[in-house]
Design a protein around this ligand. Structure first.
Ligand code: 9WO
Length: 248
């Protein structure tokens, strides 16, 4: 799939695209990321991409024309259409289902706003979807764009060291939409705290049962909404329900 990212700060993406377990997803082209700076198509001596806000008030707004011209460049390069996504708190909240949807797509064009925002006429004319990563304001859409790319990249086959390890992550359907269990590594005792005995036992049935119990406990305590969703989707066994009842 191909993601075209429209950003005034393409250099922010370079270290991110070349580091960590997702690097292979990008370098192999499984998630092919192309960066475009609207300043490159802006005109005039100063190649302006922002201007004062009509109606007055502080701050600058991204001009529509350099963004629209950038979309034209992308359309020519890409040769096939793609949804245009803008990152803003207005949008639909990003979650695993939405990440999965984009991971199964041909990609998208990701618009990263800066300043006070993007001229609304560009949004009305060209933006198909808005995506939010939470109810807070950032200084630009780049971090949300990277969040989406990262979540999509790690769903690519054979990207994680253990090819299957994302099947055990929180919010993966294999976890039935519950939070992940706690993890421990060496040493067996650290700062006066021991690793739970069962994990050292080598008894895989008991370990699996303990982990499921931990998932249910954690989720019930911190994200009861996810318990309700898992129940509604029929993802809780009678054993799960018995354990949850014992927690009350
Ligand atoms: C911000 C905004 C706030 C309320 C209503 C509409 C809005 N649109 C934007 C917007 O397009 N902001 C641009 C990107 C320019 C200013 C910095 N930007 C931004 C994106 N700040 N915070 C986000 C963001 C994106 C996704 N999830 C959380 C925050």
């Amino acid at each position: 799939m191909r993601f075209d990212v429209v950003t005034l700060f393409p250099e922010l993406f370079a270290p991110f695209l070349t580091t960590g377990i997702t690097r292979r997803a990008y370098s192999s082209g499984a998630v092919d990321v192309h960066l475009f700076n609207p300043r490159d198509v802006a005109t005039g001596n100063y190649r302006r991409v922002d201007d004062r806000t009509f109606g007055g008030g502080p701050g600058m707004v991204m001009m529509p024309e350099p963004l629209a011209k950038t979309l034209e460049v992308i359309a020519t390069e890409r040769g096939y259409t793609a949804k245009v996504v803008l990152f803003s708190p207005v949008g639909q909240r990003l979650n695993h289902d939405l990440v999965q949807k984009w991971a199964n797509s041909d990609g998208a064009i990701l618009i990263c706003g800066r300043y006070e925002g993007v001229d609304q006429r560009f949004v009305d004319a060209h933006v198909d979807e808005q995506i939010s990563i939470g109810d807070f304001v950032l200084s630009g859409g780049e971090l949300p764009a990277m969040a989406l790319l990262d979540a999509v990249a790690r769903l690519q086959p054979d990207i994680l060291g253990d090819a299957d390890s994302h099947h055990f992550d929180s919010f993966n359907p294999a976890l039935d939409g519950l939070l992940d269990c706690p993890h421990y590594t060496r040493p067996e005792e650290w700062a006066g705290q021991a690793v739970p005995e069962v994990l050292l036992s080598g008894h895989h049935v008991n370990i699996a049962r303990w982990r499921r119990e931990q998932q249910l406990r954690l989720t019930s305590r911190y994200r009861p909404d996810l318990i309700l969703a898992a129940r509604a989707a029929g993802r809780l066994s009678p054993k799960d329900e018995a354990l949850l009842k014992s927690l009350l």
